[in-house]
Ligand binder design. Sequence first.
Ligand SMILES: Cc1cc2nc3c(=O)[nH]c(=O)nc-3n(C[C@H](O)[C@H](O)[C@H](O)COP(=O)(O)OP(=O)(O)OC[C@H]3O[C@@H](n4cnc5c(N)ncnc54)[C@H](O)[C@@H]3O)c2cc1C
Length: 372
Amino acid sequence: MIETVFEPDQVAPDAHVAIKTEILVIGAGQAGLSSAYHLKRRGLAQGKGFIILDRNPEPGGAWQHRWPSLTLSTVNRIHDLPGMKFADAVEKQSDTVQAAVAVPQYFAAYEEAFELPVFRPVNVKVVCERGGRLRVETDRGNFSARGLINATGTWETPYIPDYPGKDRFKGRQLHTRDYRTADEFVDQHVVIVGGGISAIQLLNEISGVTTTTWVTRHEPRFRQGPFDEEAGRKAVALVEERVRAGLPPNSVVSVTGLPVTPAIEAMRARGVLERLPMFSEITEDGVRWADGTQLTADVILWCTGFRGSLDHLAPLMLREPGGGITMTGRLATQVARDPRIHLVGYGPSASTIGANRAGSAAATGLMSYLEL
Ligand SMILES: Cc1cc2nc3c(=O)[nH]c(=O)nc-3n(C[C@H](O)[C@H](O)[C@H](O)COP(=O)(O)OP(=O)(O)OC[C@H]3O[C@@H](n4cnc5c(N)ncnc54)[C@H](O)[C@@H]3O)c2cc1C
């Protein structure tokens, strides 16, 4: 294997060449950009020191794919990246602007302002051990690094639970990730599965144009009281405790609860928040519960969340027998089984504020571990 220094033009397939760098950052969403900002700020040079790769053709991380009705007023909250305010980067916009437009504009301005060239589209296929270094194979050539900051998010890995009969259903099944607009469902009965914020938002929109049934595994967890900084800290601490113990992170809503917003009060008043427990089986034309009750439906919309997009790390055997990854380090970003690897935007840092903090902790922790 020939190892070579980084030249942007070299990002091209050649099985015998690997572009050498100290730290490779995979993913340029909130978590990857924050990490890159801190690596650079601590004196690491782009190229020989660190390289950022991203699979998407444009800036914006997963935000560029969010559905059109997710606007700046309906997102939870997007935290500023370190060093540049959202409001300063993007022209004053009304709250009705799509998150899928505004956030990518912000990220593009950020990459330019801090001179963080992201190489895209570059899809990392696999990362494996090679002679004490990490070999990163992509669709545009190979890289060789001493450390890795993995910031690949969750959007690429939608989760749909397995229910008997799912292949029998003649209607349409889709995941949150595939949702575009409620108008697609006019005159169809839609079963919406899931107890998280996305499920509620899509239920709100779809129930405005057609009939719906809402099913969740547990009683919905409506939150009492405000979700202030203290509540946020407690929620993060619960996820952090799990990943430090090597358990898979649990769903966001299980620790944050659902905020009771005016929109939710209005849904309650309209009677669309009447939730049913999970069905036990999917039939040709609907769903059936264990007591034999049947419901005819045209669409099943699975708002059942996402998992960390980590398949490319499989050869490194980072997982515990139970499927979790034991995390360590100041903010639990470092993989205990392989300290050369940090996961940011994973578990306790799977939010825009968490991703910001994780980027700083991972950059500092990894540079210190690699003695850079
Ligand atoms: C519908 C929805 C709404 C949300 N709303 C909010 C909110 O309002 N506030 C909040 O704080 N959080 C929200 N979140 C959580 C949100 O995902 C995170 O806060 C944050 O944006 C995630 O940033 P990230 O950098 O971890 O991931 P992403 O933004 O997903 O970026 C990951 C990047 O990695 C790239 N990538 C993935 N795999 C590979 C690969 N193999 N090779 C190369 N590149 C790869 C992707 O192309 C992508 O650009 C929401 C999540 C969802 C699903």
